[in-house]
Design a protein around this ligand. Structure first.
Ligand code: COA
Length: 274
């Protein structure tokens, strides 16, 4: 990944099964267990939480991309070989699911924009992970699905609410009842992914979008992220105060002044996030 971001530094998590590469305002998290099609083990899930915390707290990082190593998979789901240990019965499974939910919550509630760059299998918890990012870009030939009914797994509220909000309840039922795998073209048609590109254009497209985001005003992006998050909440749970506060911050920001000035002076604005 360092070749994609000149001068970037890579840090290993989960014994190297998750790599964090950061540079030029962009953080890339690579699920790096291609022998298991990047299935998420407990160790990787723990590493993901640590890596996300590091990216959240790094002021130089303005946007985060998730991807899978190799060309066969984004993520093939939770590591099924650990299910005997992590889900031997309902009680232990509930505790494991709660820990998974909390770690994925870090991603779902990540304060900066997140993008999934998907190539190959994107299944089960892998699709759940992609759904917890803001934007999904996939290469032709990618395959999607939630084989929960084939494994006997129940998906919880958090796991399904994003799917239902994107594809609607009827398609969500089709996907879950059958456990079918479907193509990237269908995923685009369902509204599950936002861009579909040739495999060799996956990185250029993803990085172009990431750069566009990283060059824009961070507070305006945060305002969009917070407002869209609240729109998706139930009416009575909406935090309208949070929307008001970020709106005030934006309007009072140096970046808003810089944006106006740059427009009048016909030059590219330089935003600082203040
Ligand atoms: N958990 C653990 N190991 C996995 C895995 C997962 N979710 N997905 C793939 N692997 C492993 C396989 O066991 C295999 O390991 P091995 O080489 O030691 O036998 C390796 O990755 C390659 O997978 P394989 O099944 O041989 O590749 P394939 O091309 O025949 O099939 C899939 C690819 C994705 C269709 C198939 O691996 C699969 O169905 N995986 C499980 C998907 C799933 O149910 N995910 C939801 C879990 S919540």
């Amino acid at each position: 990944m360092t070749e994609l971001l000149p001068g970037a530094i890579t840090t290993a998590y989960a014994g190297g099964q998750l790599l964090l590469t950061a540079g030029s305002g962009v953080g890339i998290l690579t699920f790096n267990n291609p022998d298991k099609l990047n299935a998420i083990s407990v160790e990787i899930a723990e590493g993901l939480a640590d890596a996300l915390t590091a990216l959240r707290d790094d002021p130089a990082v303005r946007v985060v991309i998730l991807t899978g190593a190799g060309d066969r998979a984004f993520i093939s789901g939770g590591d099924i070989s650990q299910f005997d240990k992590t889900r031997p019965n309902a009680e232990v499974a509930a505790r494991s699911a709660e820990r998974f939910r909390q770690r994925q919550g870090l991603l779902a509630n990540f304060p900066k924009p997140t993008i999934s760059a998907i190539r190959g299998y994107c299944l089960g918890g892998g699709l759940g992970t992609a759904l917890n990012t803001d934007i999904r870009i996939a290469a032709h030939g990618s395959t999607f699905g939630i084989p929960a009914a084939r494994l006997g797994i129940a998906y919880g509220f958090d796991g399904l609410s994003k799917l239902v909000s994107l594809v609607g309840p009827s398609r969500a039922r089709l996907v879950l009842y059958t456990g079918i795998r479907f193509s990237a073209e269908e995923a685009l048609q369902f509204g599950l992914i936002d861009r579909l590109v040739a495999p060799d254009a996956l990185w250029s497209t993803t990085l172009q979008i990431a750069r566009q985001i990283s060059e824009n005003a961070p507070l305006a992006i945060a305002a969009a992220k917070i407002t869209i998050r609240e729109i998706l909440r139930d009416h009575d749970k909406r935090d309208l105060q949070a929307i008001k506060e970020i709106g005030t911050q934006c309007m009072d920001s140096e970046d808003f002044r810089e944006g106006r000035r740059a427009f009048m002076e016909k030059r590219t604005p330089k935003f600082t996030g203040r």
